[in-house]
Design a protein around this ligand. Structure first.
Ligand SMILES: *Cc1c(COP(=O)(O)O)cnc(C)c1O
Length: 269
């Protein structure tokens, strides 16, 4: 027996990226078909955090037209350095309200909206610039494990309050499932997000836009698709294993990580 293979693929050349994308797309299609769904109803958002611009050029040459980034500063830098390539940028991580103007300046989408203060800041800046922004409301579906995202009970009133923000186009809901090998706990997070979407629609069909569900990452996207995901955010299965610990991106998931609200870390790296 040899050692167990690295679960994440090699990702150094355009051919590697093309192969990784194709493999993920095949898995998405199989998961959708297994759930009786149309594979075309699942959007793949490649997540490129920590991947430097030179490798991103090779990845984009393999056919990526949009990229997700967790941190605003890193995303804005890449958007500037790769402006010639016409990529659409999606910010998928927590945002401090003083960074709202930066997101408004370059992003096409913001998936981690969970505070009215941030919505106010985004809307004000977007209106001034005559732009709009697609947004997803981040929901904390794994209450015991993470600090980011709205508590489920706050989602409907939050959606109602967003109606006054005319530059924000609500597209749906987003979540990170609990990090657990227990698939039933993971599945419960995805189901909760879907139930919230369905409840919002039943309350008012306009409340939650198209009702997209952004859920599922490299480790759990097949399960998310089985539970109704229409957007999956996939990093390592395309770009290879990340050199940095996940605690840098999801403070609060790990007891040893600093409080994101009292440090600079959520905007640095
Ligand atoms: C990094 C990240 C992902 C992708 O995680 P992978 O394990 O690399 O697939 C998805 N969503 C968010 C919010 C992320 O920060």
């Amino acid at each position: 027996m040899t050692d167990a293979p690295d679960p994440y693929p090699r990702a150094g050349t355009t051919a590697d990226f093309a192969a990784n994308l194709a493999a993920v797309r095949t898995r998405i299609a199989a998961a959708a078909e297994g759930a009786g769904r149309d594979p075309g109803g699942v959007r793949l958002l490649p997540v490129s955090k920590t991947v430097p611009e030179d490798r991103l050029r090779l990845a984009i040459a393999a056919g990526m037209t949009e990229l997700g980034e967790n941190k605003v500063q890193e995303a804005q830098r890449k958007a500037g350095n790769l402006a010639d390539l016409g990529v659409r940028w999606s910010v998928i991580g927590h945002l401090q309200s003083n960074k709202a103007k930066d997101v408004a300046a370059f992003a096409h989408e913001f998936q981690a909206l969970d505070r009215l203060k941030v919505a106010d800041g985004l809307d004000r800046r977007l209106q001034a610039d005559g732009r709009g922004l697609d947004v997803f409301i981040q929901v904390n579906t794994s209450a015991e494990d993470t600090k980011f995202g709205l508590p489920p009970g706050d989602v409907l009133p939050f959606l109602a309050a967003l109606r006054a923000h005319h530059a924000l186009r609500v597209r749906g809901l987003m979540t990170l499932a609990v990090f657990s090998g227990d698939t039933e706990r993971v599945r419960a997070c995805f189901r909760l997000l879907r139930d919230l979407r369905d409840r919002a629609r039943a309350t008012d069909p306009d409340l939650v836009g198209e009702g997209h569900l952004s859920m599922g990452m490299s480790g759990d996207f097949e399960l998310a698709i089985a539970e109704g995901a229409t957007v999956v955010r996939v990093g390592q299965a395309i770009f290879g294993a990340r050199p940095t610990p996940d605690a840098l991106y999801w403070p609060g998931l790990f007891p040893e990580s600093p409080d994101p609200h009292s440090s600079e870390m959520s905007e640095s790296v």
